[in-house]
Design a protein around this ligand. Structure first.
Ligand code: NCD
Length: 292
């Protein structure tokens, strides 16, 4: 594997291999890669978890992490992403983790640069390492995916997390249902009520309203959204005994999830963040070792 840009490019076997490699890191700890690689993280959109998690994963593998601040880079002077990547290639970077607001930004890079590209999120397109850490967390909980009922609730149309997970979970045999206001379903079929879903779901994956990708003002108040589409305390009481709550974060307490449920016993939100480091080590290791 030279690059990782979309979950669509991974087969079921590829996914399981990556999850197993991540599990090895969890069980046996990190080991340095056989040679010194140089990686930089190019984030043209805000990030806490993904950026820090990649950086921790890189350091644990003994990778040289070259700092890059998008807001102080030549992109501010009008340099294109393509030219920035070609520049970093010439300087000796092996791989780039890139987050960028343009859907499919990577299409003009793949095949035109020797640098390996790892997609840290492209607009509302894909977010493969988030999907892998979600899959890892689900497998850790249930041992597999076949037949699990998974509801993904929130701003589906604008969510790269929904898109990446829909591709991957369906491939792995889970039943995925989208739940959202009618106008936020995008290209997906969706339900608009919690009633049946709350009783049937093994995993409830909540998503943040992606305000930054909305042109119009939202027609909901925080309270009305929470009441209609959020995970309220009342709904939580109706969840199956072994069902879990997930959220890629950042979460808005009191909007998509009740304030108190973020850290309740069913929540795996912080576990997801921990698992993100194992999964990212696995992706970096596979891609970088393949460059020898
Ligand atoms: C998500 C993202 O950036 O797509 N966050 C993340 O990577 N953990 C979800 C979001 O921003 O809502």
């Amino acid at each position: 594997m030279n690059d990782l840009v979309s979950m669509k490019d991974l087969t079921e076997v590829d996914i399981i291999e990556l999850l197993d490699r991540a599990q090895n890191f969890q069980v046996y700890g990190a080991r340095e890669l056989p040679r010194k690689y140089t990686v930089s993280n190019l984030f043209f959109e805000p990030s806490t978890r993904t950026k820090v998690s990649f950086e921790v994963a890189e350091r644990k593998l003994g990778i040289d992490v070259v700092p890059f601040e998008a807001g102080f880079s030549s992109s501010v002077k009008g340099e294109t992403l393509y030219d920035t990547v070609k520049t970093l290639e010439a300087i000796g970077i092996d791989a780039l983790v890139i987050r960028h607001p343009d859907v499919g930004y990577y299409k003009e890079l793949i095949g035109k640069t020797k640098v390996s590209i790892i997609n840290g999120g492209d607009g509302s397109g894909q977010h493969p390492t988030q999907s892998l850490l979600d899959l890892y967390t689900i497998r850790e909980e249930f041992g597999g995916f076949e037949g699990l009922n998974i509801v993904i609730a929130g701003d589906i149309a604008h969510s790269r997390v929904a898109r990446s997970n829909a591709d991957a979970l369906t491939k792995l045999g889970a039943n995925v249902t989208f739940l959202c206001p009618k106008e936020w379903a995008g290209e997906f079929e969706a339900v608009h009520e919690w009633d049946e879903e709350i009783l049937a779901s093994d995993v409830i994956m909540l998503l943040r309203v992606q305000h930054e990708r909305h042109n119009d003002k939202m027609s909901f108040t925080k309270e009305s959204y929470h009441k209609q589409y959020g995970l309220t305390k009342e709904r939580k009481k109706m969840m199956k005994e072994n069902a879990i709550i997930m959220h890629p974060a950042p979460f808005n307490r009191g909007v998509e999830i009740d304030e108190e449920l973020v850290e309740c016993s069913k929540s795996r939100i912080f576990k997801q963040m921990e698992n993100g480091v194992y999964v990212r080590m696995a992706v970096l290791e596979l891609i970088l070792n393949g460059r020898n």
